[in-house]
Design a protein around this ligand. Sequence first.
Ligand code: ZN
Ligand code: ZN
Length: 316
Amino acid sequence: MANKPLVILLFISIFLPLCFSLPLLQVSPFAFLNDLQGCKKGDHVNGISKLKNFFHYYGYLNHRINVTGHLIEADFDDTFDDFLESAIKTYQQYFHLNPTGLLDVETISQLATPRCGVPDIINGTTSRMLSEHDNDNDSEHDHHHHHLPHAVSHYAFFPGRRRWPSTKYRLTYAFLPGTRADAKAPVARAFATWARNTHFKFSLATNYRRADLKIGFYGGNHGDGYPFDGPGGTLAHAFAPTDGRFHYDSTEKWAVGAVKGRYDLQTVALHEIGHLLGLGHSNVRNAIMYPYIKSGTTKGLNADDIKGIKVLYNRR
Ligand code: ZN
Ligand code: ZN
């Protein structure tokens, strides 16, 4: 009898947190998309506003720009309007889907795939993450292929062609103190791969604070303005030159190599290092800079990635 309060306490401390945390752990941040399948223009459905925010974040919904080129505060509603339809078409064109403007099975399935958190469409005003340190003093070099809806297939750069100065080809990298040990060799191999295919030389620094490139695992809101979203959804992100930050979402299931249901640390590092060097996303499916990654697979550099980095640094 004296143990009864203890049993109740155990129940409260073990079972109640389980009840609340299990659904949170299992539902992907992109799961809301599944409820939107079959939606079309004119519909009012719960979750459309989330989809609008999603498209806005990744650069597909950019109509809310005022005359000075600044984004108007987004207050997206649940109405499937013309702007959303056009964003869906742009997205479908970018990913070589049928540009119907409808939320069909293929589109929802693509949208719900875990991905890199860096926006896809780069035109300087729609992608805050890409342009917040942008000088934009050589924007005349921006190529036509940055601008959709021309259906094009290849690499892209950040606004203003952000890159490392030509004299700065030796870059040091370091891991946030306390970084999981199994990530270090895969990241080192990813740097070695980029070094073999570019003029860059990478070396591991002992001083984290002074390293050019800083790698770490972070969960949720981690102070850079781009919170991670838990398991699934956004897997990692990195900043354009010469920022140097590359963050993994610590809540993802990571692995070394191709492990079922897990993401390969080295493949994601290859992708994020591409951003650190100045590459944006490519819509070539086999390119390392393609924004989506499948779990249980590995991927290497593609001719598209190598061509992109060579063009960016005028080393053809
Ligand atoms: Zn990316
Ligand atoms: Zn971050």
